[in-house]
Write a protein that binds this ligand. Sequence first.
Ligand code: MF3
Ligand code: CO
Length: 256
Amino acid sequence: MIVRKSQSDLEKMRRAGLLVHEILHKLSAMVTEGVSTWDLEVAAERMVTEAGAKPAFKGYYVAAAGEKYKFVLCTSVNNEIVHGMPSQQRILKAGDIVSIDTGVSLDGFYADSAVTVPVGPIDAQTERLLKVTKDSLEMAIEKCREGNRLFDICGTVEQHVENNGFSIVREYVGHGIGSRLHEEPQIPNYVDPRNENPRLREGMVLAIEPMVNAGKPDVRVLKDRWTAVAKDGSNSAHFEHCVAVTANGPWVLTRP
Ligand code: MF3
Ligand code: CO
């Protein structure tokens, strides 16, 4: 069942969304050569706490890992796709890319967003990877309208990415979001005709999160049981926004 949110629920989600935006905006500005992913984690935890919010990921149980996640952020560098863990040993260097993914709960509602940030100058192909992934999210956001269907979102991401010669990661998907971090429906970044294809309705809130590899789509999870990497070592990009379906069209809760 897909939970539809009231106007008052959406206003709470909006406040959570703006906090997530502010955190990612400030962390993005910190990203430079010599900064560790742990430095980002420390700054994020302080911002969440100061806002009177709770980190959504820290303490969240993930069955595939068999344990609770221990951090406020997922920081996934280069060929790491998602669920990279902040570490004092992981020092960013020029030419890297880092996906910063975080969520909070505020007043009973969640928001979740991710950006992939270049560390100094990056090569042209990686520049293109970031642009294509971000554009695929923007095009999917535009589909978040009453009367459209879930597959309009999934198919838009899939086609834009594949038309540009990159690969969709299939093992991880977007999700509904609200009073829980993960709600129905699952939102794959590709059309799987075996899935249901519900009509989009006012009040639905969708966390859309394309994960795109520059090379092959194949994924491997490291021995730490969390870090998902592109098997062929190619770079991977990830962008995410929470989008409400409203009478006035898509409302991106996680940006101003
Ligand atoms: N943004 C991811 C998601 O929506 C990260 C959550 S995994 C966690 O699923 F374990 F870190 F919580
Ligand atoms: Co998410």
